[in-house]
Ligand binder design. Structure first.
Ligand code: HPA
Length: 294
């Protein structure tokens, strides 16, 4: 045989599991979304407003990790954005390292989204504000991140079917998405900033000394999620838009203790603005990547 054929890499168990789970999910809906969302602590309301929605609890999805935290419903919702009819796949809730999952397990649902044909995602989270210019409740478009979780979802053998061994992270958060999100937030009259997110494992909140350290190394926000998902998304070539809700000033910024209740209270207060921003940003993502096989 003269023609050179590219040898297909042997598909790993993880790739096969993600493909099987994607197939399972797509069999439950006629929609074929190209856009995914991951909704963090207390930020799930967006998923309640979709039309023609199929809702699948994580407990019913093969190989999906289950979220155990208050404020994380733990279901996948596939539906259409009412006004534009753009189909989206929404993770209402996520799992975290502090629940005992590995970084690879935490990011598995992103692999599944990739295998479903998702080409752009909006990842959202609640975070502590290190940057003193942010008010409690401000929305922050992520410009970049610092992985301080001491691990990476790609550690271990690499399957080239999932993506390259050494994925580039120099444009982790897609610049045109950042610009669109910023412009739309301004248009909606929402307090918005751009910032760098530092990911810790949690579950304890940081000490004031840790926050001073994070500030020194260039972080504006601190949280316990998002980074593993973004790494896997980038490995798969999925474009990412990251939006944090600054739910509290980080430890030591104010002279008061931090609580999860405060985080949930703030997200409840800004939920309407947050949903409005997501609705406004999604058409930009759709214009960028197309709305897929709908
Ligand atoms: N630190 C870490 N994670 C968080 C915080 C915080 O202050 N607020 C919300 N998630």
């Amino acid at each position: 045989m003269a023609a050179k054929r590219k040898t297909a890499a042997k598909r790993s168990a993880e790739f096969l599991r993600a493909s099987r789970t994607a197939k399972f999910i797509l069999a439950k809906t006629k929609l074929r979304p190209a856009i995914g969302l991951v909704l963090g602590s207390g930020l799930g309301a967006f998923a309640d407003e979709l039309s023609s929605a199929t809702r699948i609890p994580y407990t019913k999805i093969p190989d999906f990790p289950r979220s155990t935290v208050a404020g994380h419903a733990g279901q996948l919702v596939i539906g259409k954005l009412d006004d534009s009819k753009i189909p989206v796949a929404v993770m209402q809730g996520r799992v975290h390292l502090y629940e005992g999952y590995s970084s690879r397990e935490v990011a598995f649902p992103m692999r599944v989204l990739g295998r479903m044909g998702i080409r752009a995602v909006i990842v959202t989270n609640a975070a502590g504000a290190i940057n003193r210019d942010y008010s409690q409740g401000a929305l922050v478009i992520l410009r970049d991140h610092i992985n301080l979780q001491g691990t990476n979802p790609l550690i271990g053998p690499n399957d080239e079917n999932c993506g390259p061994r050494f994925p580039d992270m120099s444009q982790a958060y897609h610049k045109p998405f950042r610009e669109s999100a910023f412009i739309e937030a301004k248009r909606l009259g929402i307090e918005v900033h751009e910032g760098v997110y530092a990911a810790m494992t949690g579950p304890s909140f940081e000490t004031p000394a840790e926050i001073r350290c994070l500030k020194t190394i260039g972080a504006d926000l601190v949280g316990m999620s998002t980074v593993p998902e973004v790494i896997v998304a980038r490995q798969m070539g999925i474009r990412v838009c990251g939006i944090s809700c600054a739910t509290n000033m980080a430890a030591g910024v104010l002279d008061q203790p931090l609580t999860h209740e405060e985080v949930i209270e703030t997200t409840a207060r800004v939920q309407r603005q947050f949903v409005a921003l997501l609705r406004a940003v999604i058409p930009h993502l759709a214009a960028d990547v197309g709305t897929a096989r709908q």
